[in-house]
Design a protein around this ligand. Structure first.
Ligand code: NAD
Length: 261
């Protein structure tokens, strides 16, 4: 637990399931005031809010498609209307649409880039604008991926978007550091969330994925949420512009693990 987080206002985008849900619940346990953003999962978002409230926490569900400029403006507006301020913004929403790269339509390319990269830009821009106007030494956390570093055939739009998130994070971190605003990213490896449910339901595929994780297991969303809590807290107060990989060692060239090479 991080006592400095108590009472802080946080927005988590795409929080109706998976990593976003785990981050929203973790922040609620830190006694933060939480905005659970959703696009399609209204029912799930309401259940998460109920769950948080039943445990004595504070949360509200707010609709926004992060790829739409007006929606993101309204998301920040409703946050401030509800809780009076904004301290931390987590750009978590993300999608993937696997396909051989030469078969990816422009529409599919744009969908992934619009959510994973433009959505992160819009979230950062609106949060930073509010923080600057109100002289808030705020904190932004972007969900990147190990695929900001590791190329990923059939996921070229996804990998390109996460590579973009990496330099977006570093650039904003540098630009707004003098204002006391920190911007960091988290790079999860393979995590047990709905985005991967189909893939990991096949035992052989699951085994194949585990074999490229030095720690030998697929991570849980709560293990990513732990990293988000640390990055949000003042325990990481001198940290900005990094991607903190939560990947069981996936980015460490696992094929060399047995002394090969
Ligand atoms: P998920 O599919 O389980 O959840 C994604 C959430 O984003 C959902 O709630 C979905 O409704 C929401 N969303 C999608 N488009 C949206 C939009 N336009 N506006 C608002 N919300 C939207 O995925 P996850 O595994 O929890 O992934 C969360 C983040 O972590 C993503 O950015 C993803 O790329 C990243 N990530 C996940 C993994 C993994 O293994 N699960 C690995 C690396 C990175």
């Amino acid at each position: 637990m991080y006592s400095d987080l108590e009472g802080k206002v946080v927005v988590v985008t795409g929080a109706s399931k998976g990593i976003g849900e785990a981050i929203a619940k973790r922040f609620a346990r830190e006694q933060m005031k939480v905005v659970v953003n959703y696009r399609s999962g209204e029912k799930e978002a309401d259940l998460i809010v109920d769950d948080i409230k039943r445990s004595g926490g504070q949360a509200v569900a707010v609709y926004a498609d992060v790829s739409k400029e007006d929606d993101v403006k309204q998301l920040v507006g409703k946050t401030v209307e509800t809780y009076g301020t904004l301290d931390i913004f987590v750009n978590n929403a993300g999608i993937e649409k696997p396909s051989p790269s030469h078969e990816i339509s422009l529409e599919n390319w744009n969908q992934v880039i619009n959510v994973n990269l433009t959505g992160v830009f819009l979230g950062c821009r609106e949060a930073i604008t509010y923080m600057l106007e109100h002289e808030i030494k705020g904190n932004i956390i972007n969900l990147s991926s190990v695929h900001e570093r590791i190329p990923w055939p059939h996921f070229v739009h996804y990998a390109a978007s996460k590579g973009g998130v990496k330099l977006l994070t570093q650039t904003l971190a540098m630009e707004y550091a003098p204002k006391g605003i920190r911007v960091n990213a988290i790079g999860p490896g393979a995590i047990n969330t709905p985005i991967n449910a189909k893939k990991f339901s096949d035992p052989q595929t699951k085994k194949d994925v585990e074999s490229i994780i030095p720690m030998g297991y697929i991570g849980e969303p709560e293990e990513v949420a732990n990293v988000a809590a640390w990055l949000a807290s003042k325990e990481s107060g001198y940290v900005t512009g990094i991607t903190l990989f939560a990947d069981g060692g996936m980015t460490l060239y696992p094929s060399f693990q047995a002394g090969r090479g």
